[in-house]
Write a protein that binds this ligand. Structure first.
Ligand SMILES: Cc1cc2nc3c(=O)[nH]c(=O)nc-3n(C[C@H](O)[C@H](O)[C@H](O)COP(=O)(O)OP(=O)(O)OC[C@H]3O[C@@H](n4cnc5c(N)ncnc54)[C@H](O)[C@@H]3O)c2cc1C
Length: 446
């Protein structure tokens, strides 16, 4: 019998498998997709792997950097100076440096100072619990007033959370300000990291490490149900048979986890998995034969636009990596029932190209040489006021059945760094519960 069955080979499941396998436990990871990586998964572009959804790391992403160090691959992390801007009232404003804020003419000079002050105010918050009962809107109105809220923050919150915008927690916004504003090099410039070969190279290296430690990753192997007997987990049912295990770690989005655990009869806990709402995401990835602009990250502060972010990936990782192709992501968070999510790929690409023509008058559709559309149903938990009370526990009522899911990351927001942190923490707790010496005795007996 294996020691731990892990459901899901996203970065949470991979990190947990890495830690447990290195700790001498026999692990099997079950992944429904043909490749590992989950939301940070990739596809091929010009013979190179590229994330389906734009991905980067911040300077504070210590947990994933530490895992890369343990793999002996720190040299593969590439730090790049990047820039951020905002599209507002048919113009693009750079908003990367303090002096850009001072030059942001849509706001009065006093309000520019108030906007600049926000970054400092966010860094000064020591105790995030103070913000728990506030919405982002309430906190922002207190800190920077109506005009800054209307011009800068409201369109971003509506763009990201749609109908839930006014419910979003101040804690969520505080974290975003801290992370992005704090990701700077010595000279104060914005710095973000990418990985040689993309995030899929890292996922593959973790897989190789797990396999080298006598464990396995099964791809195209969806878990159908987790089973238990007498209050104790017994294993996982798959289309190819039953996988008995001493412990099971589920790393899926909560609604999928609820389905998987239904047979274990943990009704109250099952209900706790249905309290958090999610938004989906659709990303249109355009390959262009010329660059769109000099901006890496462009927030779209115009609710009439169908996308909230225009991310020119090749202003981060050079176009040379992709055979000279310039790569642009158009991102939209939305309910999975929304028209754009349900649309055909061709239709979605048309919407994207039309939006770019409005935004960049020189942009012509014939610079697009190829396009890809990716959708994720559970892309972003809605982090609402008093979110802490909604988070289900890591330990379930079934003995040796554990849950580590993106929606449990708090007060931080989802991200591969925290997926790795939580995966490793999960592994340590499971290892302690399974008592490694007992494992050695068991294998000797077997
Ligand atoms: C648009 C977008 C942009 C992002 N940008 C960044 C970024 O810049 N930087 C960053 O660090 N993070 C970013 N993230 C977040 C990051 O991708 C996630 O936080 C992280 O990948 C979550 O990992 P996970 O393992 O917890 O979950 P997931 O990645 O969701 O993994 C769950 C896995 O379970 C599998 N699965 C589902 N059902 C079953 C089943 N029945 N049986 C077996 N397997 C199953 C899925 O296929 C998946 O592989 C972004 C996310 C999105 C959507």
């Amino acid at each position: 019998m294996i020691d731990v069955a892990i459901v899901g080979a996203g970065f949470t499941g991979l990190a947990a498998a890495f830690e447990l396998a290195r700790g001498g436990f026999k692990v099997a990871v079950l992944e429904k997709d043909p490749e590992p990586g989950g939301l940070a998964g990739s596809f091929s572009i010009g013979g190179q792997r590229l994330e389906k959804f734009y991905h980067h790391w911040f300077t504070s992403d210590e947990h994933i950097i530490n895992l890369i160090r343990r793999l002996g691959r720190e040299q593969d992390i590439a730090w790049h100076a990047t820039n951020t801007g905002m599209y507002y009232a048919n113009r693009i404003f750079r908003l990367s440096r303090p002096r850009d804020v001072l030059a942001f003419t849509p706001l009065s000079f006093t309000n520019r100072l108030r906007l600049g002050y926000m970054a400092l105010a966010a860094r000064r918050v020591r105790n995030w619990q103070e913000l728990e009962s506030l919405t982002a809107r309430e906190w922002l109105l207190q800190l920077c007033g109506k005009e800054v809220y209307r011009v800068v923050w409201e369109p971003l919150l509506v763009g990201k959370f749609g109908e839930y915008a006014e419910e979003v927690s101040a804690v969520w916004l505080w974290n975003k300000l801290k992370l992005r504003g704090g990701s700077r090099g010595r000279a104060g410039q914005e710095m973000l990291a990418y990985y040689k070969g993309g995030f899929s190279a890292l996922a593959s290296q973790i897989v190789d490490d797990v396999i080298a430690h006598d464990s396995e990753i099964r791809l195209n192997a969806a878990a159908c149900a987790v089973s238990s007997a007498e209050g104790k987990v017994t294993g996982v049912a798959t289309a190819n048979g039953f996988l008995p295990a001493r412990a099971v770690l589920v790393t899926l989005p909560l609604p999928l986890a609820a389905n998987l655990l239904a047979q274990t009869g943990i009704n109250e806990y099952g209900a706790s998995l249905k309290r958090i709402r999610y938004l989906a995401n659709v990303c249109i990835v355009l390959e262009l034969n010329r660059s769109l602009s000099s901006m890496y990250w462009l927030n779209v502060n115009d609710p009439s636009f169908p996308f909230v972010g225009v991310i020119e990936h090749t202003n981060f990782e050079p176009a040379g990596t992709y055979g000279g192709r310039h790569i642009v992501y158009l991102s939209k968070y939305l309910p999975s029932s929304a028209e754009l999510y349900q649309m055909t790929d061709d239709g979605a690409v048309r919407v994207g190209v039309d939006a770019l023509k409005r935004m960049f008058p020189d942009f012509r559709g014939d610079v697009v040489t190829n396009a890809h559309v990716w959708r994720a149903e559970y892309a972003q938990p809605v982090v609402e006021r008093n979110y802490n009370r909604l988070i289900p526990s890591f330990e379930t009522p079934v003995q040796n059945l554990f849950l580590s899911s993106m929606a449990q990351i708090y007060p931080e927001d989802r991200g591969t760094n925290y997926a790795v942190r939580n995966g490793i923490e999960a592994a340590k707790i499971i290892a302690a519960k399974l008592h490694k010496p007992a494992l050695k005795e068991l294998t000797t007996i077997a």
